[in-house]
Design a protein. Structure first.
Length: 91
């Protein structure tokens, strides 16, 4: 599944961190954040980090990147979103 196909899919096809990313792709940051907060593993922390970086809260994002065991992302947000989707779909 490509990121474009992922965005067009129905939300009931996903759960956890992928569902949070799906909500973000639909423009619903608040719902994405609610879902990410419920995921208590590294994938949830990674998505949580991305969401706070997108929000502009870099200190909070840094905390969540550390919890995810990931380096702090600095590039394009859309590219990061696609990388996370690709990684989680492949898992």
């Amino acid at each position: 599944m490509t990121p474009t196909e992922f965005k067009a899919a129905k939300p009931d096809a996903f759960r956890g961190a992928l569902l949070a990313l799906w909500w973000d792709a639909q423009g619903n940051w608040d719902r994405a954040h609610e879902v990410a907060q419920e995921v208590e593993d590294a994938s949830g922390s990674w998505v949580h980090a991305y969401l706070h970086r997108k929000e502009g809260d870099l200190a909070n994002a840094g905390y969540w990147y550390r919890r995810a065991g990931r380096p702090v992302a600095r590039g394009d947000l859309d590219a990061e979103w696609a990388r996370i989707v690709d990684a989680l779909l492949a898992a």
